[in-house]
Structure formats: structure tokens, C-alpha cells
Design a protein around this ligand. Structure first.
Ligand code: ADE
Length: 239
């Protein structure tokens, strides 16, 4: 997969894309990531990327021309998906992450200032918001998209941490995890995890996931795929 990011602040991406999983994915050629400075696509003397809004009002608006020029230059294929990060977009979730992960080329425009000239949306396949709060710009949302998409690409996660087991992939939140020591500050690791009995451990984990999801995100249970045993367990929690 190839990901291109259009931004006014390319230096913001230096740290996050050069550490941990994203670095490994790039080093192993599982993804190519290119960060483009929108200013490089201006041809006027002052390299202007924003301007006052028609009709007045506070703030500046990102100009359409440099973004059109950049996309014209970068877009490889008709199937390339172009997304714009904006608080006005479709709210991001795991399902949308899988959708983006299936594209050969993803172009992310990091929106900024008070907005982007509406004519840019002609080039955009999806406007995406990472949640109902407002950030100073679209760079952090762009990083969120990249991180969540790259970890879904084949080979990025090791077999044991496979993305298919994620909470949200199973439709449930994950249950509690423990590591050594067995007793810490008087708090013990649940007996069953020390038992070595794999079926009991799997059942216990499933029940913890069900319990936690019911307590914290009951809305997720409505879409989760549940066995009769799961349904019986959830019923028992109500007694
Ligand atoms: N730009 C500013 N806030 C945003 C948000 N919540 N999601 C996407 N882009 C944004």
C-alpha cells in the first residue's frame, strides 16, 4: 500500500512515522508513506496556501489550486482514495479503517485553518472526522488514520497480535490482562490464568470481555456476534 499525505506542516510527521510499528512496516516495505508539503505546489512568489474567506468572517481558508495541483501530481490511479480530515466528516471507526486499508493508494489531505475551499471536495472521496472534538489541524487526525490503517496491512502485526482479535474486530472490548509478578501490592492474578487450562482461560477471557462491554459500551453488544453461551452469561449478569 502507498499513503500520501498533503500537509502544511510536514515536520509534524517526522517522529510518529519513524518509530515503532510504522517504522518497521516501512522498513519491511509493507507500506510506502510520502509526506508532501502543500507549499511546494504553489507557483506564486509568496507561495500562498491560504486566503481570506469570501463573504468575510474570521480565519483563513486553504486555497484549492495547490491541492488540485498536488493531487494531479500524486494520484496514480482512478481507484486511489482521497480523504480529507475535517470535523465535518464521517466519524472514523474500525470498519472505515478496514475500508481504507483495502486501497492500493490512499491520499490524505490534512485540513487546516478555518477550512478548505469547498471546491477541493470535488476531488475527495471521503471526509473523515476522528471524533466529536475540534483539533488545531488535520495532521494528528491524518496520523490516526495512518496508524490505524497500517497495522491492518498483512504482515505488519505478528501472528499472535493479529488485528482480527482486536476489540472492535470481535465487536467486544478486551478484558483485563496481567503480567508478572503474580501478586503485586496485595493484588493477585486471577487463579484461572495460572491454571494452564486453555479452554477455561479462553472462556474466562470471553466472559470478561462480555462483562466489560456490557458495563462500558452496551451499544457494542447489539452488533456483536454472540453464541448462546454468551447470551446466557450476559443474562446471568443481570440477576
Ligand atoms: N480537524 C480538526 N479537528 C478534527 C477532527 N476531530 N477530525 C478530523 N479533522 C479535524
Amino acid at each position: 500500500m502507498r499513503i500520501d499525505i498533503l500537509t502544511l506542516f510536514p515536520s509534524m510527521f517526522v517522529g510518529p512515522f519513524d518509530t515503532s510499528m510504522l517504522k518497521k512496516a516501512k522498513d519491511n516495505l509493507l507500506v510506502e508513506i510520502y509526506v508532501h508539503d502543500i507549499r511546494e505546489y504553489t507557483f506564486d512568489k509568496h507561495r500562498v496556501v491560504d486566503d481570506y474567506p469570501y463573504g468575510g468572517g474570521p480565519g483563513m481558508v486553504m486555497k484549492a489550486e495547490p491541492i488540485y495541483t498536488a493531487i494531479g501530481d500524486i494520484k496514480k490511479d482512478l481507484r486511489t482514495k482521497v480523504v480529507l480530515t475535517t470535523p465535518q466528516g464521517r466519524v472514523y471507526n474500525q470498519e472505515l479503517a478496514w475500508e481504507l486499508a483495502r486501497t492500493e493508494q490512499l491520499i490524505i489531505i490534512a485540513g487546516h485553518y478555518e477550512g478548505v475551499d469547498e471546491r477541493v471536495t470535488e476531488l475527495v472521496d471521503e471526509e473523515i472526522s476522528i471524533g466529536d472534538y475540534v483539533l488545531t489541524g488535520g495532521e494528528i487526525p491524518a496520523m490516526v488514520l495512518v496508524d490505524s490503517v497500517v497495522r491492518l496491512l498483512p504482515g505488519v502485526l505478528g501472528g499472535e497480535e493479529a488485528a482480527e482479535d482486536d476489540s472492535f474486530a470481535t465487536g467486544l472490548l478486551e478484558g483485563p490482562q496481567y503480567t508478572r509478578p503474580e501478586v503485586f501490592e496485595g493484588m493477585s492474578v486471577p487463579e484461572v490464568l495460572l491454571s494452564g487450562h486453555h479452554a477455561n482461560i479462553a472462556r474466562w477471557r470471553r466472559e470478561q470481555a462480555l462483562r466489560r462491554t456490557k458495563e462500558r459500551r452496551p451499544d457494542l453488544l447489539e452488533k456483536a456476534i454472540l453464541s448462546q453461551q454468551d447470551i446466557d452469561f450476559l443474562k446471568k449478569l443481570e440477576d
